[in-house]
Write a protein that binds this ligand. Structure first.
Ligand code: FES
Length: 100
């Protein structure tokens, strides 16, 4: 569904739900996940509906994921980093604000 117009010049490796993938070093987490074919980044709290990045500019909050153990990070606003761990969010978050 999503593909880059030009091939990336540099790659980093991130871990998504335990699986390593190589992504463009200049991408946001949301762009990297979309490029890897993952369109559902979280599930809604009330009805468990699949949610995908919508605005890609920090407005809609549909792209919330857990990054390096910190919940509710906006995937579209965070650049990828080598070794970063990302977990897709399902259901309600804990009140502590972290999975650690
Ligand atoms: S896609 Fe809208 S805030 Fe991230």
């Amino acid at each position: 569904m999503f593909r880059r117009i030009e091939p990336p010049k540099d790659h980093v490796t991130i871990v998504i739900d335990g699986s390593e993938i190589e992504v463009d070093a200049t991408a946001s987490v949301a762009a990297a996940l979309l490029g890897a074919g993952m369109t559902t980044l979280r599930r809604s709290v009330v009805n468990d509906q699949p949610r995908a990045p919508y605005c890609l500019m920090g407005v809609c909050f549909e792209c919330l994921v857990t990054i390096d153990g910190v919940q509710n990070r906006q995937a579209c606003m965070v650049p990828v980093r080598n070794g970063m761990t990302v977990a897709l969010q399902r259901g309600a978050r804990t009140t502590e604000g972290s999975d650690r």
